[in-house]
Design a protein around this ligand. Structure first.
Ligand SMILES: Nc1ncnc2c1ncn2[C@@H]1O[C@H](COP(=O)(O)OP(=O)(O)OP(=O)(O)O)[C@@H](O)[C@H]1O
Length: 422
């Protein structure tokens, strides 16, 4: 995505550049006057995410500008202001060249007016993992697809944890699919800065597993040949390779299916026992949520969902997850991530390194994840809709705020957010 052209703006309240930003930082000011929205990508309690493009570039040259995503948040409360500021700060830190990660977004530009915050991040054309999961015939992913996505998510969490940030909102809706088919985590407003892990462990890739990087890798080749042989997954691979994300179907399902009500932090079904109990919590909440997410990818539903929030929380605290079928490495990984005592949970002692060492990932070439040029699902290109015309983001956002929406917000109540005082 290129959004480096300075655009005309009549606004004086641009977000201040941090003195610590290196010269290689992306452009700082998002000029809303020349940023045109093409469609709404998502809508939350306080913010709306638009697909946008730089109108100045597209009218002054025959070639159109690359689209990007713009999140607009109204300064409606102290909490929305604090959250937006924090999200921008996290993105800014992730944009520092030495701190960039392929599975995490970076800040392209930002803007602050007396009424709004707006910021631009790279556009992920494949939608979110929730919609992708619901689009599968049986609503589940195969083990090899799960391995691919979970491996990338583990790397993203590892990076955040190493920065001293607990993500705290892991769920399929917050995992976006880039045009390349690789994942990007989004939505950092619930994340928090914690004391860095005392015993950080960084994964050292096995040199023996190194292969010719120039070769085009399919996600199934992430596993070393020996491990692949051990696990005969040919049938499942055939099935997933043929699947493709269809943007039209995606649009159809974007608000109508796969949405769930959230009333706690993120989603009730993803909240860890220590958060419900009100105990202190740390990075282990992300490993818990990873267990719930992995379970959902495997079975199509979350493990603790009850008929009410109370029942769900009761299940999170008391019920052991149920695993249909024979136990295997995947169910073992989930079981270890869903240990109720955070001190005994996988990942709680040595962080991501512990998770990466689990048998489910045996033979995974962690250092080559980004080299996979054929991930399980590649979004179809839909260039036609991307960079022509567009509407005024601010006007539209105002209309949205004053007109009741048919799309339910993804976070309906945050007042009881137990993380606020954390
Ligand atoms: N970079 C992006 N590319 C494509 N779609 C995006 C992008 N960022 C966000 N979206 C879409 O917008 C939805 C909402 O984004 P996000 O989770 O960041 O905001 P939100 O939930 O509205 O915010 P909040 O949780 O603060 O209310 C996502 O689930 C996704 O579908």
């Amino acid at each position: 995505m290129q959004n480096s052209d300075p655009l005309v703006s009549h606004h004086s309240h641009s977000m201040e550049t941090s003195p610590s930003s290196p010269p290689s930082s992306p452009p700082e000011i998002l000029h809303l006057d020349s940023t045109k929205a093409l469609k709404i990508l998502g809508k939350g309690a306080t913010g709306t995410v638009f697909l946008a493009h730089n109108d100045v570039v597209s009218t002054s040259s025959s070639s159109s500008s690359s689209p990007f995503a713009v999140k607009l948040v109204h300064k409606s409360s102290a909490s929305s202001i604090r959250r937006a500021r924090w999200e921008i700060e996290v993105l800014r830190r992730l944009s520092v060249e030495s701190n960039q990660n392929p599975f995490l977004p970076r800040l392209l530009a930002s803007f602050e007016s007396p009424e709004y915050f707006a910021w631009a991040v790279p556009y992920c054309s494949g939608g979110d993992l929730n919609v992708l999961l619901r689009r599968q015939n049986d609503g589940v992913f195969s083990s090899s697809v799960i391995r691919f996505y979970v491996a990338e998510i583990v790397c993203a969490l590892e990076h955040l944890h190493t920065m001293g940030i607990a993500y705290r909102d892991l769920k399929p809706e917050n995992i976006l699919i880039q045009q390349s088919g690789h994942v990007t985590l989004t939505d950092f407003d619930l994340s928090r800065s914690l004391k860095k892990p005392t015993r950080p462990q960084f994964y050292q890739p096995d040199p023996e597993l190194s292969i010719d990087r120039k070769k085009s890798l399919s996600f199934s080749r992430l596993i070393s040949p020996a491990a692949t042989e051990r696990k005969n997954k040919t049938r499942l691979l055939k099935k997933t390779r043929s699947a493709r994300v269809n943007p039209i179907n995606r649009r159809k399902t974007s608000f109508s299916s796969g949405e769930r009500s959230n009333s706690f932090v993120g989603t009730d079904e993803y909240v860890s026992p220590e958060v419900i109990r009100g105990d202190g919590h740390d990075f282990a909440v992300d490993w818990w949520a990873l267990g719930v997410l992995t379970y959902e990818m495997m079975y199509g539903e979350t493990p603790f969902k009850g008929k009410s929030k109370k029942e769900t929380f009761g299940n999170v605290l008391m019920k052991e997850p149920e695993f249909a079928g024979k136990p295997n490495d995947l169910t073992d990984l989930i079981r270890r991530l869903l240990v109720k005592d955070p001190d005994r949970r996988l990942g709680s002692h040595r962080g991501a390194a512990e998770v990466k060492e689990h048998a489910f990932f045996a033979g995974v070439r962690w250092d080559l994840l980004t080299e996979v040029s054929r991930p399980p699902f590649i979004p179809l290109r839909d260039d036609g809709e991307l960079t022509v015309g567009g509407f005024d983001i601010r006007e539209h956002f105002e209309k949205l705020r004053t007109t009741p929406s048919s799309a339910p917000p993804s976070h309906v109540c945050r007042k009881n957010d137990p993380f606020i005082d954390f």
